[in-house]
Each structure stands twice: as structure tokens, then as C-alpha cells.
Ligand binder design. Structure first.
Ligand code: ADP
Ligand code: ADP
Ligand code: MG
Length: 709
């Protein structure tokens, strides 16, 4: 086994690899960028080497420098993690030439699977079923149009070199094809340096089910069952689980064998994932047959040829699977496989890279229970999942107290309170992975764990994730890639706490803050400077903004310190205000206890300037305290300025100075955290001036262009 390895990555995956290495008594070398000088992954390793500037091209993608670092520190092998250099065959080759072991597949296997179109041609020959489509080398637009017409709409155009959910366009009808092709090619050349595309039938209501495979240098292969990653936004995974609900045993075996065939066809070594798209007809798999019982797959039988799609399913539900792509690396969601198999996949990677045979054979592999992973990301679900940046002013995570809890709830992260979510890297803050005897148990455990996550300072998808768990589609395992879209009505503008409780929490926070020591309501309200006497009681008015709308609360101090609260929307208290006695106090653990409107809640409230972040077991929300006097003269005129909604890079402008634009018309494309975002005109007008050029980095709120109404 290696004595020392270098981890050519950052964030949670670098920390995760370091943890296994430490357990195996392997020393570790971290590499880091300027932005990551104090990052967790640097602390997680035994030594570290600075690479350069914060942008990936100045640091984590500088492979000559990384190889030098490995040689200088005496590391024998390099673990690339995922993203960055993990699927770069030149890097894999350069490692070998430098006498270092690349902890991953041979360069030839990366190359063979690197381009979606070429890998599909290869898989066709290996008898792995493919989505009907065109994946030829001839890229003549007229030919591509004819092929799309032949396949039948809707079709999906994909950048052959694409990844990370980028470079894909759905085309509904023939007339839209040419424009979509051009836009896809533009994104592809910008992002991946190649404009080659392939065209596929767009599968309706599909599931994304992938198989974890492993190969060793002796030519042995196994599959470690499947993961269902159907819950996606923008073609990117949000929740992943194993096993796939409703997966018939026969289909699991067929998919596992197809995945092993795919791996064998490219002489694969190490950890890889074969992604399949699964077409469902006549219902959702067979969710009642979920994973309560541990499965024990039969030994792999002889590989079967032919590229007919395989069918499986039960009771009218049919599932057909097709090869989508192979990811030649460890996958973000590998922990769900670890949870159900009890294995450490990084340990397997290290053993295989060191030349050892696979630790187990196919018939020795078993799965137990059900695991679900949630990706906690810095993003704005209500604003089309735009990535967010900022400082983690508060970052609290579930605290599994007992050994049992620790074996069921796992948090993989690479950040800590006070750290920055910068615009340079992707937006994942942490992964929460839970394990349960059944899917229902895992789901409940995940919801409980998410309820304990408290993040202030950066927008996150935590509440959104809880919302997804609560949908009928997810809880009943009616899975497909359109789940989030289908459940839109319940998922967006969801408010788990509501104005009365949010306002009560804000009032309680304020009042307790004024009596920090006693924390009790017996304190004399008559001593308050901002209370006023009205008919023998004191009352105070609070103005709020809640979900962008004004709200008001009136607190009355009665006899003996009794409190009465009334809350309503609007600038003045409405007739139907929520009203009643309010009891507040502080619990020994620092939480605020509030009884109001028939409920009793233990809350954490964090203030960031005027914004109060309220966390309750049933959800979290934000309420802003408004100083009415200070805002009296405010105008809301944003007209004429178009600002960057997030920090990032300007990719292109769709307009030039002098152009007339209509409301909603795309003006510019920005890229942040590996995603492109189109910025549309807020109103009709004429473009006066572009203030940046393509390629420029801009800060959040920077004015991009000026429009005259
Ligand atoms: P998974 O491991 O489940 O496939 P993703 O597809 O989100 O997860 O990719 C894993 C990581 O690698 C993410 O951080 C993603 O941003 C990054 N990534 C994957 N493919 C690419 C690519 N072609 N270009 C840039 N980043 C990529
Ligand atoms: P990436 O390299 O970006 O991960 P994939 O080819 O794996 O690209 O596709 C990403 C996602 O896009 C899939 O998980 C699935 O949700 C969707 N998708 C891909 N191909 C199809 C298809 N032919 N029909 C419908 N959805 C698809
Ligand atoms: Mg993929």
C-alpha cells in the first residue's frame, strides 16, 4: 500500500479521501488555491502545497504544478477526486510518465468514455442498449437536422464533450432545431472546447439510474448495485438513493451486467459509474417492492450481446434502460452505495490503484436497507436555483450523539462556520447521507437531519430539500427527472412557518435581547423607552417585511408582565390579525421558546443586520425588521440598471448598444459555479451601453449594461 498520496482536489471530497487515507495510515498531501489557504481540506491533510490563484485554471487544473508537488513531497499516487482533473486523460498519462500512480482508470479508458458520442459507438459494439439517436462524427447541420427529424421530437441535443448538466438542449419541434443546435454548440465550444454534439430521443418521464462498477488490474469486475438519481434540477442531481425504489431483481442484474460489460469494453480499472436513462411506461416501477428486504444478487451470468433495450417491471409498469454515459471517477453520490454495502469505496480505489485485487467478488456483495443523500447547495431555489455566495455566518449541522446515530447519519462537508462560499468553485456546501432499514425510515431520518441544519449568510436549498421529501411524488417513490417540475406548485413559495410564528419569533428575539440576563417577562415594561401608555397598558409596534410584503405586529404588555401579540399583513393591523397571548422564554441550550397562536416552538433566531433568520423544527424562514422612519422616502426605481444577480463571469451579450429590447428578451449570459444563466430584460427599452466585455469577472450587483426605458 502507498505510504503517501497527494489529493488533487478541494472541499468535501478532498476531506473525505483524506479521512480514509488516515484510517489506512497513509500520509496525505493537500493542494490549495489562494481562496482555500485556510480551507478544511488543507487542515485535513498532513502537509500542503500552494498551487496559485483562486480560479481553477490557476490552481486545481494546473497539472504540471500538481505533479511537481507530488514529486517534491514524495507522494506515490494522486487521487483526483471528482471534477477538476479527474477525467482528464492527459493528466492521467502525465502522472504515469512522472512515475506516479493516478488513482483512477487508465488514460485510454478515460479517453474512450470521455466523449459521449464516441463512447456510445463503443457501447453499441459491446451490446449495451442505447437511447435511439445519432452519435456520428459528421456534424453537418443539415445532416443533424435530418437525423433529429428521423428520430422524432422531442429530441435532446447534447455536447459530446459535455458534463455537469451543461450543454444540453431539448427541442420540441423541427422548426426550433437549428436555433437550439447553434446555441448548444456555442455553449459547448465555450465550456468544453469542442462543439461536437449528439442527438437523442428525449425520453419522457425517465428515471436516472446508475450502476457503481469496480475493476482491478487483474481483469476482475463487480457492480455495487444501483443508485437512483432521478430527482434533478437543471439536469443536475439533488437527491440520490440506493437501492432504486421498485427495481426488480432481474433488472438490477441485467443493468449490473450491462455496466460491467461497458467497463470491460474499455479495460476499466478502479471506481466508475455507468449512467442509464430508464424509460417507464404504465406507472412508476413497483414502489411497494422497495428495499425493506436486503437483496442478494445472483452471480453475473455470461454477457449477452445485441443492443435491444432490456425490459423489466411488474404489474403493468415497464422499465427499459439505455446507456447514457460512463463517469470514469468516484461520483458525488458514492456514499449511498457505501451505506447500503458497508464498504469504503475510497479504500477500494486505493487498494486497486496499489495493484491489489478487488476485496470482494460479486457473490459476496450484499446490500442492506436504504440510503438517501441530499446535496446541500448554496443556491436560490426560488430564483431558478441561481448559485449564491457569501460567508457562512452560521453553520450548524446535525449532531449525531450516539454510536447508532453516527452509523445512520453522515455529513460530508469541507466548510466550517465563518468560511466563505466563493464564486470560484461549485455550489455544494455539504452532503447529508442517511441510512435506514427501509426507505420510509431513511426519509424520516433525512428530514430530521435537515431540520437540524442551520445556515445563515448564504442562501441554501435546505428548506427546498425538505419540501421535496414531503411531496407525494418523492414520498411515494413516484420518481422521474421531472419530479421537481411536476411538484412546482407545492415546492416553490412554500412557507413552512408562516407570518404569525415568524413575527412572534422576531418579537421574542427583540424582547429577550433587551433583557438578556433575566430572559424573563417579569421585567418592568414601564421602563421601556419605546413603549407607550395606552389605556393603562403599554404597547409597541413592530414593522416587518415578510416574503417581500409589509407586515405589522402589535405587542401589548398587560398586568404582571403578560404579553399579548397581534400580527397581520399590511401597513396597519388588519381586522383578522392573528392575536392572542404570547409567552416567551429562553431554554438552557440558548433556544428561544415561544408559545403563540396555539403552538409552542423552540427556535433559533439569528440576526444579520435587520434580517432575522428563524429556525424551527418544522422549517426555517426569514423576516426583516423595518424601520419605517428610515425608509419613508425610498423609491423603488431600479429602471435603467441591469445588475449581475450573482458573482461570475460574463459569457456573452446578446445585444449591443443602440438595440431596442423587449421585456423578457435575453440580454446576456453569465456563468457562475459552472452554470450558465441567461439575464433577461426587466422592461422594454433601448440598450445604452454595455459595461463589461465577455470574459470579464463581475461582482454580485455589478451593473452589466444600461437600458433606457
Ligand atoms: P456526479 O458525480 O453525480 O456525476 P456531477 O455530475 O454534479 O455529479 O459532477 C460531479 C462534480 O464534477 C461536480 O462538482 C461538477 O460540477 C463537476 N463536473 C462534472 N463534469 C464536469 C465537467 N464536464 N466540467 C466541469 N465540471 C464538471
Ligand atoms: P452529464 O454529463 O451532464 O451528466 P448526462 O448525459 O449524464 O449528462 O445527462 C444528464 C441528465 O440529463 C440525466 O441525468 C437526465 O436527467 C437527462 N437526460 C440525459 N439524456 C436524456 C434523454 N435522452 N432523455 C431525457 N433526459 C435525458
Ligand atoms: Mg451524467
Amino acid at each position: 500500500m502507498f505510504k503517501k498520496i497527494l489529493i488533487a482536489n478541494r472541499g468535501e471530497i478532498a476531506c473525505r479521501v483524506a479521512a480514509t487515507a488516515r484510517r489506512m495510515a497513509i500520509r496525505t498531501v493537500a493542494v490549495y488555491s489562494d481562496a482555500d489557504a485556510h480551507a478544511n481540506h488543507v487542515r485535513a491533510c498532513d502537509e500542503s502545497v500552494h498551487l496559485g490563484g483562486s480560479a481553477p485554471k490557476d490552481s486545481y487544473l494546473r497539472w504540471e504544478k500538481i505533479i511537481e508537488a507530488a514529486q517534491a513531497t514524495g507522494a506515490e499516487a494522486i487521487h483526483p477526486g471528482y471534477g477538476f482533473l479527474s477525467e482528464n486523460e492527459d493528466f492521467a498519462r502525465a502522472c504515469a510518465e512522472a512515475g506516479l500512480v493516478f488513482i483512477g482508470p487508465p488514460a485510454e479508458a478515460i479517453l474512450a468514455m470521455g466523449l459521449k458520442a464516441e463512447s456510445k459507438r463503443l457501447m453499441e459494439r459491446a451490446g449495451v442498449p442505447l437511447v435511439p439517436g445519432y452519435h456520428g462524427a459528421d456534424q453537418d447541420p443539415a445532416l443533424l437536422q435530418r437525423e433529429a427529424d428521423r428520430i422524432g421530437y422531442p429530441v435532446l441535443i447534447k455536447a459530446s464533450a459535455g458534463g455537469g448538466g451543461k450543454g444540453m438542449r431539448i427541442v420540441e419541434k423541427s422548426a426550433d432545431f437549428a436555433a437550439a443546435l447553434a446555441s448548444c454548440q456555442r455553449e459547448a465550444i465555450n465550456s468544453f472546447g469542442s462543439d461536437a454534439v449528439l442527438i437523442e430521443k428525449y425520453v419522457q418521464r425517465p428515471r436516472h439510474i446508475e450502476i457503481q462498477v469496480f475493476g482491478d488490474t487483474q481483469g476482475n469486475y463487480v457492480y455495487l448495485f444501483e443508485r437512483d438519481c432521478s430527482v434533478q434540477r437543471r439536469h443536475q442531481k439533488v437527491l440520490e438513493e440506493a437501492p432504486a425504489p421498485g427495481m426488480p431483481e432481474a433488472m438490477r442484474r441485467q443493468m449490473g451486467e450491462a455496466a460491467v460489460n461497458a467497463a470491460r469494453a474499455v479495460n476499466y480499472v478502479g471506481a466508475g459509474t455507468v449512467e442509464f436513462i430508464v424509460e417507464q411506461t404504465g406507472g412508476y416501477g413497483a414502489p411497494e417492492a422497495t428495499s425493506a428486504a436486503p437483496g442478494r444478487p445472483k452471480q453475473a451470468s455470461t454477457p449477452s450481446g445485441g443492443s435491444e433495450p432490456r425490459e423489466a417491471g411488474s404489474e403493468g409498469a415497464h422499465m427499459q434502460f439505455y446507456f447514457m454515459e460512463m463517469n470514469t471517477r468516484l461520483q458525488v453520490e458514492h456514499p449511498v452505495t457505501e451505506a447500503i454495502t458497508g464498504l469504503d469505496l475510497v479504500e477500494w480505489q486505493l487498494r486497486v490503484a496499489a495493484g491489489e485485487p478487488l476485496p470482494l467478488k460479486q457473490e459476496q456483495l450484499e446490500m442492506h436497507g436504504h440510503a438517501i443523500e441530499a446535496r446541500i447547495c448554496a443556491e436560490n431555489p426560488d430564483n431558478n436555483f441561481l448559485p449564491a455566495t457569501g460567508t457562512l455566518a452560521v453553520y450548524r449541522k446535525p449532531q449525531p450523539h450516539t454510536a447508532f446515530q453516527r452509523s445512520r447519519v453522515r455529513i460530508d462537508d469541507g466548510v466550517r462556520e465563518g468560511g466563505e462560499i466563493s464564486p470560484f468553485y461549485d455550489s455544494m456546501i455539504a452532503k447529508l447521507i442517511v441510512h435506514g432499514a427501509t426507505r420510509a425510515e431513511a426519509l424520516a431520518r433525512l428530514d430530521a437531519a435537515l431540520a437540524q441544519v442551520q445556515i445563515v449568510g448564504v442562501a441554501t436549498n435546505v428548506q427546498f430539500l425538505r419540501g421535496v421529501l414531503a411531496t407525494e411524488s418523492f414520498s411515494q417513490a413516484k420518481l422521474d427527472t421531472a419530479l421537481i417540475e411536476r411538484e412546482r406548485a407545492v415546492l416553490f413559495e412554500r412557507e413552512p412557518l408562516g407570518l404569525p410564528l415568524a413575527a412572534a419569533a422576531a418579537v421574542a428575539h427583540q424582547v429577550l435581547d433587551e433583557w438578556p440576563l433575566s430572559g424573563r417577562m417579569a421585567a418592568d415594561p414601564f421602563a421601556r423607552r419605546d413603549g407607550w401608555r395606552a389605556l393603562g397598558t403599554y404597547q409597541r409596534r413592530f414593522d416587518f417585511e415578510f416574503h417581500g410584503r409589509p407586515a405589522v405586529a402589535e405587542l401589548r404588555y398587560g398586568q404582571g408582565g403578560a404579553l399579548h401579540l397581534a400580527v397581520s399583513e399590511g401597513e396597519a393591523l388588519a381586522a383578522d390579525a392573528a392575536a392572542g397571548p404570547l409567552a416567551i422564554g429562553r431554554l438552557p441550550d440558548g433556544r428561544i421558546e415561544v408559545s403563540f397562536a396555539g403552538g409552542r416552538y423552540a427556535l433559533n433566531v439569528y440576526a444579520q443586520q435587520d434580517v432575522l433568520h428563524v429556525f424551527a423544527p418544522q422549517g426555517a424562514t426569514r423576516i426583516t425588521e423595518v424601520d419605517r422612519m428610515a425608509h419613508a422616502g425610498d423609491a423603488h426605481a431600479e429602471g435603467g440598471r441591469l445588475t449581475a444577480p450573482m458573482p461570475g463571469k460574463v459569457v456573452s451579450f446578446a445585444v449591443k448598444a443602440g438595440d431596442k429590447v423587449a421585456k423578457g428578451q435575453p440580454l446576456a449570459v453569465m456563468e457562475a459555479m459552472k452554470m450558465e444563466h441567461t439575464i433577461a430584460a426587466p422592461a422594454d427599452g433601448t440598450v445604452e451601453e454595455l459595461l463589461y466585455a465577455p470574459g470579464d469577472q463581475v461582482a454580485e450587483g455589478a451593473e452589466l449594461l444600461r437600458i433606457e426605458a
